[in-house]
Ligand binder design. Structure first.
Ligand code: COA
Length: 243
């Protein structure tokens, strides 16, 4: 699962003209090369869908709770994603026909965040798990459109996440995944993530089969190859991938 409570502290990133992903106030760190690019607010319709894929429908449930009478919950999702895109917080994969996949994440700080009564019950197990992943780069959203899956994009975005984490001086990646999300669990396992903790899912009216949230982590070595150097043929789209 890749949907965090709105109370978590997110390292603010900003966009610059050269498509670099950087921490505010720091020098640019990771250069995005095609097909990666920073999302813009024009990607908002796709981003809302991608976030909802990653969040197993929980985002739509939350947006529905926030929407007024006659208001389309998707509009709330799109507006939120447009804001995040403007802040430079989202990376998309685009082969020239629009965003087909997305990645967002942030550095979890050194201090656990409070899990108080003011935090909606749905988010409490998620925040508790995030509090067990201090000083990691947390993958908040990783998703591809169904037609773009099974072509190596998810793997490539994971390698990009590693590069961002290492560039921020972090030595591990973290992600929260639903126990019944077999495809995502397989992907993370293949990329050497290990389960470190699990919590029962609180549903609070959310229609889901998910019983448990799993916190997976991956230690990183700073000697990793730069993702920007991964050849395009690693992607089936890039022409030549034979997997
Ligand atoms: C999880 C998800 C992001 C994986 O993305 P993906 O792009 O399909 O991932 P990959 O292509 O790297 O790997 C998926 C499969 O394709 C295979 N694959 C990778 N590259 C390939 C290629 N070039 N050709 C054919 N198959 C390939 C992989 O071996 C893997 O097989 P497996 O599922 O049997 O293990 C994607 O399925 C998704 O968006 N799911 C819905 C949202 C979601 O659950 N997000 C995670 C939340 S925590």
């Amino acid at each position: 699962m890749a949907f965090a409570s709105t109370t978590t502290t997110c390292v603010s990133r900003c966009r610059n003209g050269s498509g670099r992903f950087r921490k505010q106030g720091d020098d640019p760190m990771v250069t995005l090369k095609r097909p990666f690019r920073l999302a813009t607010d024009e990607d908002a319709p796709q981003l809302a869908e991608l976030v909802n894929f990653a969040g197993e429908g929980l985002p739509l449930h939350v947006w529905a709770g926030l929407s007024g009478q006659g208001e389309d919950p998707w509009e709330i999702g799109r507006a939120r994603q447009a804001r995040k895109a403007r802040d430079g917080d989202i990376i998309v994969v685009d082969h020239g026909t629009g965003a087909v996949a997305g990645l967002t994440g942030y550095s979890i700080g050194t201090e656990p965040q409070p899990v108080g009564m003011d935090l909606p019950v749905l988010f409490r197990p998620l925040q508790e798990l995030e509090n067990s992943a201090l000083e990691s780069w947390y993958i908040n959203v990783l998703a591809c459109y169904p037609a773009a899956r099974g072509k190596g994009i998810g793997s490539r975005l994971l390698r990009l996440a590693e590069e961002i984490a290492v560039s921020e001086g972090l030595s591990r990646l973290s992600v929260i995944v639903a126990s019944d999300n077999a495809g995502a669990c397989r992907l993370y396992e293949r990329h050497e993530f290990k389960e470190v903790e699990r919590k029962a899912c609180v549903k609070d009216g959310w229609d889901t089969e998910t019983d448990q949230w799993l916190l997976l982590m991956k230690p990183l070595s700073s000697a990793k190859a730069k993702t920007g150097d991964v050849p395009a043929q690693d992607l089936a789209f890039g022409g030549g991938a034979s997997r």
